[in-house]
Design a protein around this ligand. Structure first.
Ligand code: ADP
Length: 426
């Protein structure tokens, strides 16, 4: 169990990193699409606003007269020099366009020129129109109506924008800000999760170390007490038997539990790698059966073996026996009044199956995974049965190391079946 957790954690972290990356990428692409959309909308608005200015000056206005005079170089209507006229026309046109763009919430950092579409002649241009600035938008408007008629040419208004980001940003702001905020929140959450995982890992290690140390500390007194009990029994005239029996029983149980913890710890630390060998499943089962020392208990077991002669498994016989003993012990421990336990062994889908079934109180489905965890005990029911919640954790651990699986099928009031499956050797 212990060794599986870091793997699961790493997988969870990898999945989260991929999901975060994916989310970031999707957000980036969506913002890109939203930006393009805003840009297209703005292009359309600029063209529309320009068209409106064209309409406004289709007939004679002060502006259309001024532009006509500049194009035709007619200084009669405005008695000033041509240069001054151009200057005034440029300023006037700029103010006029700035006003119209501002009213439509459009960018106002633009340059413009009036040119002839056919001859390419420039009639009028702002100072920076021909500079090497990086333009982000170019728009054209034919100056139809009065201006065109007066000059008999093909005048065009060309407008170039150097900066549009501020206005575009205003357009995507309602989406951009929450998107970035949510993404940052996700990253912060992810970071906190990583910290929690790291702390949990540390606590896990501290817990395991503590338990191992404590168990080692317990081993010596347990040994001295059982030795002392044996000596007392030898010297005793029979009057103390009742008490000595009790002490021996308890000390045996304590010894068993200490062994269990130590065994689990050594497996987790992989100090004690399994001694897996090729075993004949049927011979193994017979041996295990004959080893059962509690004859009375074994009488209550119904054995159903369907193993063929040539079914082989790769397993550590001692650990497999321990695992099966654990299942059998539990079946009796939790089996309830009606101590009816059935052990089935057979080959199924190229696997050797050992199952232990009892008619006990059963286990709710929501607990099926948890009972294989270390120190987990079902809360409600079988409080009378003593234990530390280590048996099934041990079973899963060793069976996994033999490339096998453990599973449970059970429901409240319907008994439980624990199954060990080990792959058949070819
Ligand atoms: P322990 O028996 O020492 O508590 P286990 O790891 O063997 O630890 O079992 C974990 C828990 O699973 C038990 O506390 C018990 O609640 C439940 N359990 C195990 N086997 C059975 C069973 N055959 N019937 C009902 N409950 C069971």
């Amino acid at each position: 169990m212990q060794r599986m957790r870091p793997d699961r954690k790493s997988i969870a972290v990898i999945i989260l990193v991929i999901a975060l990356g994916g989310l970031g990428f999707i957000q980036y692409r969506m913002l890109g699409a939203y930006y393009s959309l805003s840009r297209a909308k703005m292009d359309q608005q600029i063209s529309m606003t320009l068209a409106e200015t064209g309409d406004e000056n289709y007939d004679r206005t002060l502006l259309s007269n001024l532009i006509s005079a500049i194009i035709t170089e007619d200084t009669l209507a405005f008695p000033v020099s041509l240069d001054s006229l151009r200057n005034a026309g440029t300023q006037f046109y700029r103010m006029y366009l700035t006003d119209r763009f501002a009213r439509a919430n459009l960018p106002t950092s633009f340059e413009f020129a009036i040119t002839d579409q056919i001859t390419r002649e420039t009639y009028l241009a702002t100072e920076n129109y021909s500079s090497g600035i990086q333009w982000v938008g170019n728009y054209k408007l034919p100056l139809a109506g009065v201006i065109q008629r007066d000059c008999g040419c093909a005048p065009f208004l060309n407008v170039r924008f150097s900066r549009m980001e501020a206005v575009l940003f205003r357009g995507i702001e309602p989406v951009l800000v929450p998107a970035i905020a949510c993404f940052l929140l996700l990253i912060v959450g992810f970071y906190l999760l990583l910290r929690i995982l790291r702390e949990q890992k540390y606590l896990d290690r501290v817990k395991t170390d503590f338990i191992n140390n404590l168990t080692h500390e317990l081993k010596t007194p347990v040994f001295s007490i059982s030795l002392a009990t044996r000596i007392m029994r030898e010297k005793n005239d029979g009057s103390m038997n009742k008490y000595l029996d009790r002490v021996e029983k308890d000390i045996d149980q304590l010894k068993g539990n200490v062994e269990k913890v130590l065994e689990l710890a050594s497996i987790e630390n992989r100090k004690n790698l399994l001694d897996a060998e090729k075993l004949n499943a049927r011979d193994f089962l017979e041996e295990w059966k004959s080893e059962q020392d509690n004859e009375g208990m074994i009488q209550l077991v119904e054995w159903e073996s369907d193993l063929p002669e040539n079914a082989f498994i790769k397993a550590d016989a001692a650990h497999l026996r321990n695992a099966l003993n654990n299942l059998l012990d539990n079946a009796f421990k939790y089996g309830g009044e009606e101590q009816k336990v059935k052990v089935i062994s057979r080959v199924e889908n190229d696997e050797v199956l050992f199952s232990v079934t009892d008619k006990g109180p059963g286990i709710d489905k929501s607990e099926h995974e948890a009972i294989f965890g270390k120190f987990y005990r079902v809360q409600n029911g079988h409080a009378a049965a003593r234990g530390y919640g280590l048996g099934l954790s041990y079973v899963r651990q060793v069976i996994k190391m033999m490339n096998g699986t453990v599973a449970v099928t059970s429901a409240p009031h319907e008994g439980s079946t624990f199954m060990i499956k080990l792959p058949c050797l070819k």
